[in-house]
Design a protein around this ligand. Sequence first.
Ligand SMILES: [Zn+2]
Length: 137
Amino acid sequence: MKSNKQRRKEIQQKRIARAEKLKRELSNTVPPYALGLEGDVTAALSGVVASDKNELTHNTSYAIQPDYYLDKAFTCIDCKSREVWTAKQQKWWYEIAKGDINSTAVRCRPCRKIKQAIKAEARRIHLEGLERKKKGG
Ligand SMILES: [Zn+2]
């Protein structure tokens, strides 16, 4: 019997392999946005999601707007684990969360959570300090 953890790891490994294969096939020679893949092609390929340029207008930089997103394999800068930033997650980040087009995933989910918690704690301490100052204590 395989544990859930093992199974999740296997799924993750498969996703990484798929992302790397995709990268080899599509973006090693030509940047993805230059391929000009159409919507129906992206639907046929897993790990590829078409972009909605109307949702990317918050990016005022000269960076080229992508035609679609590709599953992207990366190494977490904190724990060095191999991860995949899925095309779907990228679409969410750039189009819904309005992330900068030049920003990219650098941390796995658990490390991101830790980082967020540290940041929140630092903010809390900072605000408490301001509050104390205001009260003159
Ligand atoms: Zn990590």
